[in-house]
Ligand binder design. Structure first.
Ligand SMILES: NC(=O)c1ccc[n+]([C@@H]2O[C@H](COP(=O)([O-])OP(=O)(O)OC[C@H]3O[C@@H](n4cnc5c(N)ncnc54)[C@H](OP(=O)(O)O)[C@@H]3O)[C@@H](O)[C@H]2O)c1
Length: 285
């Protein structure tokens, strides 16, 4: 299939370009320098987004600095709301639009896994901007697919496992939050899910798409070090109240993926396997 990937240099975008190319799709990969999605005119006029040239436009471009968004909400909104508005307006009648959103559209108070139709209630600027973005994608195009994902990590970006490994290797004491629970998601598996979705012409709508194991940041950090070293150090668990951040985060943002699984799309490997792959890629770079 002919696919344009926006945000192709990002953590998810770079794996997606690789996976789609390996599966013999004809991929055009755009970084922000190739197309700034906040530039309404450029989005409206760029020939790469035309129905003649693409069957799919997959948007991995986003503003993803959750804490910094509290200081500069207008930049987060420019990219995550206006940018998506521009794309949705251009793609109203094709090519098909594929967009990514986040577990941070929920406030984390439900106490059991969130399904797609649960009411959203973001706690911070990033979550609010992503919530507006998904609303535009859904309302303005006929057949957009939106994958809500969570706790992304991958070999080509700044992410929690990389931070933990760097701190460990620098001999730092590790204190990690133990009262926020979510599902870590490996970008390689998410990219496979996305490829399978376009290959089977998945019906439009929102789908939860994430790793299958719910855990706290502390237990995720423990698994990361188990995968990285034969001599993992102890990780001290701390509460969110002891580790204040500019943005509030949902305490429990586990996503129920059964809607997507019912379509046959469930490429999620166990976290230990994903982390082994992540660590071996990190060691080889
Ligand atoms: N990271 C997570 O934990 C997480 C969790 C849940 C959902 N998500 C969602 O998953 C998707 C992918 O996230 P990610 O972590 O892979 O993101 P990322 O690594 O931060 O990459 C985002 C990319 O967006 C591009 N970009 C930013 N502003 C742009 C603009 N105005 N025009 C065009 N491109 C622009 C950047 O391109 P350049 O590098 O070329 O400047 C960057 O490479 C996003 O929708 C994100 O909200 C992420």
């Amino acid at each position: 299939m002919r696919v344009l990937v926006l945000g192709a240099n990002g953590m998810l975008g770079s794996d997606l370009v690789r996976i789609l190319s390996e599966r013999n799709h004809k991929v055009t990969a755009f970084a922000s320098k190739d197309l700034d999605i906040t530039d309404e005119r450029a989005v409206r006029e760029h020939p790469a987004l035309s129905k003649k040239n693409q069957e799919w436009v997959i948007n991995c471009a986003a503003y993803t600095e959750v804490d910094r968004a509290e200081e500069e909400p207008e930049i987060a909104r420019d990219v995550n709301e206006e940018g998506v508005f521009n794309l949705a307006a251009r793609l109203e009648r094709g090519p098909r639009f594929f967009h990514f959103s986040t577990d941070f559209v929920f406030d984390g108070t439900k106490g059991s896994p969130y399904i797609e139709s649960d009411p959203i209630c973001p706690l911070g600027e990033y979550g609010m901007s992503k919530a507006e973005g998904e609303r535009y994608a859904e309302a303005m195009t006929e057949d957009a697919i939106i994958f809500r994902t969570s706790w992304l990590y991958g070999p080509n970006g700044k992410c929690f496992p990389r931070t933990i490994i760097q701190a460990h290797d620098a001999g730092k004491t590790l204190r990690v939050v133990n009262d926020q629970v979510g599902c870590p998601t490996y970008t390689v598996d998410l990219a496979v899910a996305c490829a399978e979705a376009i290959e089977q012409h998945l019906s439009s709508g929102i789908y939860h798409a994430c790793g299958q194991e719910a855990m706290s940041w502390q237990s995720f950090a423990g698994q990361i070090l188990e995968a990285w070293t034969d001599h993992p150090v102890e990780i001290e668990g701390i509460s969110t109240s002891k580790y204040p951040t500019p943005a509030r985060r949902p305490a429990y943002s586990v996503l129920d993926t059964s809607k997507l699984a019912a379509t046959g799309i469930a490429p999620w490997r166990p976290t230990t396997e994903c982390l082994a792959d992540f660590c071996s890629r990190l060691k080889s770079t």
